[in-house]
Design a protein around this ligand. Structure first.
Ligand code: C2O
Ligand code: CU
Length: 546
């Protein structure tokens, strides 16, 4: 029954939100875009046609694409963008994923409106490791700008400063009752008392981590990033850009209307953020007299906007299911150790003008003090065809110099990053550990770090500087959560582990788009193994050209 070939026509469409109308880029005119449904282990095709005015690429976030980076999507990393009028038939290879993922544009900032859900069902004859829900529903959180998103990005480039913050958050494309001109469209989930619903939560926001909750209803988290977790009951969840959460909602309250809400989790001393709240409604079927109003007493309470402990106690509660049917495989002996700082920094303003970044500089961002510059042709092709001069293989496994990373009195100009296109080359099947260390440069901020082509085990995290003697003793090697995106707490660290068993060219980046645009990314090249089934599959015939 499942469709194995989708048509994605990327084109502009007119949408009205917050009392104003604009053209946005969409897939098939839909916003949010179409949902892809598949079964565990399926291979499907998506024909992407670019009928817009700008270059585009599409990425299947969290799909591992074994041995097949060709259709992964990030522009200038695995492919040249699809030009207006062009087309690319992308093969999506599902392997171990089961649950919720999503797809989004991966060129400039077009993912602001070009995104949709991916649902991977268990194979026929197999089941969820939890009672079968009565219904399933994607809940996609997003951000809306009244301004054209290309202008938001352009202005950020031109000024060197922060981009304008969004005007609303959205649930399934709708801002909700608390915003002007929005009540009509508010997303409603109609429920029957006594039934259970599987919410497939996705954070598609551009620049912000979110808290999410439903009034008077706990959520039972059963999966994250298309992998099962031990059931975790929680009043709220923390979800970073890129992440997905599968959570059960039991309709076990008195019939009424109840708000679901999402709001920013935002740290960083002088960081402006959108402090508005998006809402949707859980509506019980049946008759009741006194429907909820939009007074604040009817909203569920969420942690305070900068409550880092609340944000990360949720991560601390997440454990892999780690049972017989869902065994885990955490690397215990590590061959490749990488310690990388992740920093927001700044460059001097080039032509002696005043830029809008800190102290008249331009914002930059870096990993191990390298601010990544996209090549002008696709890195994967350069690797495959042995073309010289496109990238270097000198991404360091240590910062260039050590300092007290999380000292809040660090001078602004402590590190001026180097611009470069440096990758790290890994042998096939090598075991890798990455310690991601946030720094207090520019005050510090949380960074949701995403790796393409892999899931990683999150074996530890903490605040402050990583302590190489003490912190590894506390690693969870028994049932750590397996994810494709992990938030590194402000002025803190995270350790992840994976086995490099997927050959290819895979991007590692912050999923806060302004940080990625400023250069917080690098690339892993995982070499082929010796056996034929350990090597890259050949490219498709219609790879776009630069
Ligand atoms: Cu969700 Cu590199 O992307
Ligand atoms: Cu970041």
């Amino acid at each position: 029954l499942a469709i194995d070939e989708y048509e994605f026509v990327v084109k502009e469409a007119t949408y009205t939100r917050l009392c104003s109308t604009k053209k946005i880029l969409t897939v098939n005119g839909q916003f949010p875009g179409p949902t892809i449904e598949a079964q565990h282990g399926d291979t499907i095709y998506v024909n992407v046609y670019n009928q817009g005015k700008q270059n585009i690429t599409i990425h299947w976030h969290g799909v591992l694409q074994p041995r097949y980076p060709w259709a992964d999507g990030p522009e200038y990393i695995t492919q040249c963008p699809i030009k207006p009028g062009g087309r690319f038939r992308q093969k999506i290879i599902f392997s171990t994923e089961e649950g919720t993922l999503w797809w989004h544009a991966h060129s400039d900032w077009s993912r602001a409106t070009v995104y949709g859900a991916i649902i991977i069902h268990p194979k026929v004859g197999t089941r969820y490791p939890f009672p079968k829900p009565d219904a399933e529903v994607p809940i996609i959180l997003g951000e809306w700008w009244k301004e054209d998103i290309t202008k938001v990005l352009q202005q950020m480039h031109d000024t060197g400063g922060d981009p304008n913050i969004s005007d609303a958050f959205t649930i399934n494309g709708q801002p909700g009752d608390l915003y002007p001109c929005s009540k009509q469209g508010t997303f409603k989930l109609t429920v029957d008392r006594g039934k259970t619903y599987l919410l497939r939560l996705i954070n598609a926001a551009m620049n912000i981590i979110l808290f999410f909750a439903i009034k008077k209803h706990n959520l039972t988290v059963v999966g994250v990033d298309a992998g099962y977790t031990k059931p975790l009951s929680s009043e709220y969840v923390t979800i970073s850009p890129g992440q997905t959460i599968d959570a059960l909602l039991s309709a076990n309250q008195k019939p009424d209307l109840y708000y679901m809400v999402a709001r920013a989790y935002s740290t960083g001393s002088n960081h402006h953020f959108d402090n508005t709240t998006t809402t949707a409604i859980v509506q019980y079927k049946g008759k009741y007299s006194n429907p909820t109003s939009s007074s604040s007493s009817s909203l569920p309470s969420l942690p305070f906007y900068n409550d880092t402990n609340a944000a990360f106690s949720f991560l601390g509660g997440l454990k892999s299911l780690a049972d017989k049917k869902h065994p885990i495989d955490v690397p215990l002996h590590i061959r490749n150790r990488i310690f990388t700082t992740i920093s927001v920094n700044s460059f001097p303003c080039q032509d002696n003008n005043n830029c809008a970044g800190p102290n008249g500089t331009r914002f930059a961002a870096s990993m191990n003090n390298i601010s990544f510059v996209n090549p002008s042709t696709a890195l994967l092709q350069a690797y495959y065809q042995h073309t010289n001069g496109v990238y270097g293989d000198n991404f360091p496994d240590m910062p260039p110099f050590l300092f007290n990373f999380t000292d809040i009195f660090l001078p602004l100009n402590l590190e001026t990053p180097k611009r470069g296109t440096e990758v790290m080359v890994l042998d096939y099947n090598t075991t890798v550990e990455i310690v991601l260390q946030g720094t207090a440069l520019m005050g510090g901020i949380d960074h949701p770090i995403h790796l393409h082509g892999y899931n990683f085990y999150i074996v530890g995290f903490g605040l402050g500087n990583f302590d190489i003697y003490k912190d590894p003793l506390k690693y969870n090697l028994k049932d750590p959560p397996l994810r494709n995106t992990v938030s590194v707490p402000i002025n803190g660290w995270v350790t992840v582990r994976f086995k490099a068993d997927n050959p290819g060219v895979w991007l590692l980046h912050c999923h806060i788009d302004r940080h990625m645009t400023w250069g917080m990314k690098t690339v892993f090249i995982v070499k082929d193994g010796d056996q034929p089934e350990e090597r890259l599959l050949p490219p498709p015939p219609d790879m776009p050209r630069c």
